[in-house]
Structures are given as C-alpha cells and as structure tokens.
Design a protein around this ligand. Structure first.
Ligand SMILES: [Zn+2]
Length: 408
C-alpha cells in the first residue's frame, strides 16, 4: 500500500540536501531538479515520477539512502523526465512492453550517471548487466531486449519488483498511487510549463559544454540537448499529407474520411473529418558523402526526426555516398548508424530504397545536392531536401524540391 501526502519539514530538508548533491554533479539540470514537484509516497520503497513532473519519494527510502545516493536517484528521475521517456514510449506503438522500456531507459540513464562518477544505491540497471554495449540510446536498447518474433523470451531479463518501475513519467503505466493531472493539493506541471523547462535545460546543457568542454556532460544528455534545440525546418505533416492525396488519386480506396474522430482543425459548428489514411511508407536516403559537413548531417537528422513524427511510427533509412549501407528501420533519428564519407551518387541510394521489400510510397533524399540524379521518374514520389546549398542543385523537374539551411 502506498499513501501520498505533502512532505513534512524534516523530509523537505533531507530532499534539499539530496538536491544539493545532485546540483554539484549536474548543475546543467538545475531547472529540472527544481521543477519536479515532490510528493511523499509512504510505502513506495523508491522514487518515481509522473507525467506532470511530480516526484514521488518514500521518506523512509530517502533517509535510508542519505543525501549522496538520493542525489544520484534524483538525477536518475530527472533524466526520465528531461529525456521524455513518457513521450518516446508512445512512438513504440500500442504493443510496447513497458517493463522492457523501463529497463532500456534505466540502463541508458545509469550508463550516463555512472560514467559521470555519480553514485547510485544498490545495484543499478546498466547496459552491461543486460548484455548491451555502453553508450547506446533508449530505443536501441529496447529493441535489443526484444526477442525476435516467435522466439522464447529471455528469462535472464530482470523485472522491477513492484511492476511500476519509475512511474508514468518514465513511460510506465500509471501507478495507482499517482495523483490526477489536476490534483489541487499537489499541482503538477502542464505541457506548456514542461516545454519551457525543457528548453531552458537544453540551453543550460549546451552552455555547460561550451564553458567546460566536451565530456563535461554525459553523452546521452548532450545528444538529447542538441536534438531538442534543432527543430525540423520543414512541415512534414503537410508535406506527407500532400503525398497521401497524390497516392490516393492513383490507387483508389486507400484514403477514407471518417467523422468518428474529429480532425484537429476546428471550424466553429463544423466537425472536420479526420484523415484516416494508411500511413505513407517513407524511405529516407541520407547523403553521407564527404561533402556533407557536420552541420549538414545534423540538419538532415533533424528533418528525419520531423518525418518520423509526421509518420508516427517507423521510417526506413539508407545512408549513401557512392554506395549504400544496409536499410535501417528506425524510430528515432539518433539511432541511425551514419556510415559513408566517400564520393556521391544518390541514384544508388534511391534505387536501393525503391528495391526495398517494403516498397515506399515516397523516397526522401537529404543531400547537399552535389550528386547526379535519375534520368527517369521514380516509382515512388521523390522528395529532395537540399541542405545548406542555396544554388539549389540540379534536381529533376518531376521531383519535389525543398531546401533547409545547415545547422550551426
Ligand atoms: Zn528509472
């Protein structure tokens, strides 16, 4: 049984001491550490977070761990919130195994904390303990922990004792003791406040790295911050919706309009039909030739992330210089393995994308434009995103051309 109540005076002091330890280790997370709303959760036996940034802490555990270890756990919980584990779990689909996601996210966070020399109580979940390489991202760990279809589950995977892991703020199912979103006694953060906190933290991380140098912030937080500050430049939902209409004209019956779920655009008094189209199958070819600068690649990955968000599932990615790598199915742009560095021929990547067994509706090429193009129109719609090249390259007239600046 877990019961929640406000923290008393002594508990507030103990939390402040733990927070001070956390701040000494990771000053760039200050805004997040102060934004978490503490709630005493007697009987919880650990700390956890919910989607409204409430921090549930068992007062008995807090005093047992002491400031040093509790400070490490505060950073662990802040890590779940900052790295948006509750949002990212949704991208894994409705059949996601949340316990496995909990292990994947715990391993990714603890890996970073241990690397930074931050002490944690007990025997924390680490990539090594799960048989995974260090330095990976959450989604990659999740998939590595998922047994192939039809195969026995690996019995060696430990399960969290109470079945709720670090709470809904970590992407777990909401635990029964979590407070309602608009609980008056302990109000949480709304989505606008969360966005402000995250933006501030991302800037603090980047500034800390600028002041103290590379390696002063664990890799996972650095990756998160640079991604958080690089928004895609293109409106991918619109771009791809236009594409679905085009496909519908060719193959009837693939798009249906439904009045059962209202569309997001509201006109007073009129319910707009929601577009219930099959998700367009999108393959992305990322130019990894030698002429693509780091800023070009960062911009390309930001656009891939935009495509992913618009598609709402997975995207097939090929890296291509003058030859192409394996097709990668990705759910997060950070998990793309970028290989290449040679000459440039996007025709090779486009041909490989079209030959894929999951035939794409659209092939999106992210390139600086210094490449030959196919002579004849492709079967899939070709979208060319020209990065950091104002002269617009020699893209064929039948392809759709969009351009974005390179990232700084
Ligand atoms: Zn956790």
């Amino acid at each position: 049984m877990v019961t929640t109540r406000p923290l008393n005076h002594d508990e507030t002091e103990a939390l402040a001491a733990a927070r001070l330890v956390a701040l000494q280790h990771a000053p760039y997370l200050a805004t997040a550490l102060f934004a978490m709303r503490p709630v005493a959760a007697e009987g919880l036996g650990t700390f956890g977070v919910d989607g409204a940034w409430r921090l549930y802490l068992d007062p008995a555990t807090l005093s047992e761990w002491g400031a040093e270890h509790a400070g490490g756990v505060l950073l662990h919980e802040a890590g779940h919130l900052v790295r948006d584990h509750s949002g990212r779990v949704r991208a894994l689909g409705s059949r996601v195994d949340r316990e496995r996601w909990g292990l994947a996210t715990d391993a990714a966070i603890n890996d970073d904390l241990i690397e930074a020399g931050i002490p944690l109580p007990g025997s924390p979940v680490t990539p090594g303990a799960l048989g995974l390489p260090d330095g990976g991202i959450e989604e990659a760990y999740y998939h590595a922990l998922t047994p192939p279809e039809g195969e026995e589950e690996d019995q060696a995977i430990p399960e969290p004792e109470d079945g709720y892991g670090c709470g809904s703020g970590a992407g777990d199912k909401p635990a029964p003791w979590e407070l309602g979103l608009d609980d008056d006694a302990a109000p949480g953060l709304d989505s606008g406040q969360v966005e402000i906190v995250l933006h501030r933290v991302a800037h603090d991380v980047v500034n800390h790295i600028e002041a103290k140098g590379r390696g002063s912030v664990p890799a996972g937080f650095e990756r998160w911050a640079s991604r958080a500050l690089t928004a895609p430049a293109l409106p991918w939902t619109k771009v791809l919706a236009g594409m679905v209409r085009h496909i519908a004209a060719l193959t009837t019956g693939r798009v249906t309009y439904s009045y059962s779920r209202p569309g997001r655009r509201r006109i007073p008094g009129i319910v707009m039909p929601a577009m219930r189209a099959p998700r367009p199958r999108v393959s992305v070819v990322v130019d990894t030739s030698g002429s693509m600068s780091e800023g070009d690649l960062a911009a390309a990955l930001a656009e891939v992330q935009g495509v992913l968000k618009a598609v709402g599932g997975t995207v097939r990615v090929l890296t291509c210089d003058a030859a192409t790598g394996d097709v990668q199915t990705i759910r997060n742009a950070d998990s793309i393995r970028l290989t290449g560095g040679g000459g440039t021929d996007m025709r090779v990547g486009i041909a490989a994308a079209e030959a894929d067994r999951e035939r794409p509706d659209a092939v999106v090429v992210m390139t600086d434009g210094y490449t030959p193009w196919p002579q004849r129109p492709t079967r899939a719609r070709l979208v060319v995103v020209v990065i950091g090249n104002t002269t617009q390259a020699d893209v064929p007239a039948w392809a759709r051309v969009l351009s974005v600046p390179a990232s700084d």
